[in-house]
Ligand binder design. Structure first.
Ligand code: SAM
Length: 250
């Protein structure tokens, strides 16, 4: 799909099912869900107005079936960047089956959960403070047979990167993670550590401030970066990045 393409054909359903909440912190729209997640985001985190209801997601899976995620996502916190990237993945232009994927700044974990449902082995990461909520969301939204394929792990950008094998992932995913200028250096360092020349990074974001472009400029210093999708209705871009190959030097 080229830049400016539409995801209107994507099979994402917003099918809020009242009463589906089981009382865990991951329950859709529950105040408990919101308070569980909100403190994990640092100062300068997204204003609530940036997030719109996700309700429930129904990814279409590689075998042609679809799955309605049994536990949905906090309505205020279901950020559209993750939804747009999930829909892009679900369109099938990228085959995630049996690929190793890491999600950075996972928040609710929606993106990592959908990648797992689409067949990937996923390491779903965030800062320590976000992990309890993230883990419960992942547990609640994946069938038990897929639990071994989705591992929740702490990854604070730039810290203890030795816990992650360098260059070992096929895909690095991130939704709405370009927003804090003070983290740009560490985020870039993390991407450099995680990526081999074969690794594909997919980042979805809105460009809200000049500093967001600044990160993209920094990224272009180390990776080849292309816009592969733009959702004009939500003003969300998806960028694909891959390490410069040494061949580019000649
Ligand atoms: C705006 S939220 C996006 C969450 C999720 N990806 C989504 O789209 O709904 C940004 C996420 O980045 C995480 N984050 C912020 N700074 C971080 C850092 N230095 N290291 C790791 N994660 C960080 C936050 O905890 C939060 O989950």
């Amino acid at each position: 799909m080229g830049a400016g393409g539409s995801l209107q054909g994507a099979q994402w359903a917003s099918t809020a099912r009242p009463g589906s909440a089981r009382g865990s912190p991951a329950s859709c729209g529950s105040a408990r869900g919101l308070t569980a997640l909100a403190p994990s985001w640092p100062v300068g985190s997204p204003p609530v107005s940036r997030c719109r209801p996700v309700s429930k997601a129904r990814p279409h899976l590689p075998d042609g079936s679809s799955r309605c995620l049994p536990q949905a996502f906090p309505t205020r916190m279901g950020c559209q960047e993750a939804v747009v990237l999930c829909a892009y993945l679900e369109m099938g232009s990228i085959d995630l089956r049996d690929r190793s994927v890491i999600e950075l700044g996972a928040g609710t974990g929606l993106l990592g959960i959908v990648a797992t449902l689409l067949g990937a082995r996923v390491t779903i990461t965030d800062r320590e403070a976000a992990l309890e909520f993230l883990e419960s969301n992942v547990q609640a939204n994946l069938p038990s047979e897929l639990h071994p394929r989705a591992v929740v792990k702490e990854l604070t950008w730039g810290k203890d990167l030795g816990n992650f094998p360098p260059g070992a992932f096929d895909f690095v995913l991130g939704a709405d993670i370009i927003y804090l200028e003070e983290t740009f250096g560490e985020l870039l360092q993390t991407l450099e550590h995680l990526c081999s020349e074969q690794t594909v990074i997919l980042l979805s974001c809105r460009i809200r401030y000049e500093r967001d472009n600044k990160f993209l400029k920094m990224l272009k210093g180390h990776f080849s970066v292309y816009e592969v999708h733009y959702d004009s209705s939500k003003d969300i871009h998806i960028y694909k990045a891959q390490r410069h190959s040494h061949k580019d030097d000649f």
